[in-house]
Ligand binder design. Structure first.
Ligand SMILES: [Zn+2]
Length: 143
């Protein structure tokens, strides 16, 4: 795109050269000065645009190097960190009603399966928050 600026300025310069343009007339002085300015601006913008492209390329390269460095230094990515914290949250301690042994289970086991005590082999269910159920369904007595 910026390449076009230099080409367009050169096209206008060519028009001026081809016609009988008098750079010493009143209007000619202004137009000649504007032409000089146009060419200088086109050249400067093109230069800056190329420098900017180069800077972005170098930034991308540095960004990739940073990723490699981070992996090499810490050896983990974000997904691994999340998985580890999930495992920590999923552990619950359950006390066996038969022998009193404490067992660690994850949330799925606690909610969906009948628990078997690894100490005495007794199978038992865990009642979750029984007080809430009673408060939600108060029995009406007909005395
Ligand atoms: Zn037990």
């Amino acid at each position: 795109m910026a390449m076009d600026l230099n080409a367009k300025a050169a096209y206008i310069r060519g028009l001026m050269t081809g016609m009988e343009f008098d750079p010493n007339s009143k209007n000619g002085k202004i137009i000649a000065a504007m032409m000089d300015l146009l060419e200088a601006m086109a050249a400067t913008v093109t230069e800056h645009d190329q420098a900017l492209d180069q800077a972005f390329d170098e930034l991308d390269a540095i960004d990739e190097d940073m990723d490699d460095l981070t992996d090499a230094l810490f050896g983990i990515d974000d997904e691994d960190e999340e998985d580890e914290s999930d495992d920590d949250d999923a552990e619950y301690e359950v006390t066996c009603p038969n022998c009193g042994a404490v067992t660690a289970v994850d949330e799925d086991t606690l909610l969906n399966q009948e628990l078997v005590c690894p100490n005495c082999g007794a199978a038992f269910d865990i009642e979750l928050a029984p007080e809430e159920e009673e408060n939600g369904n108060i029995p009406i007595s007909d005395e």
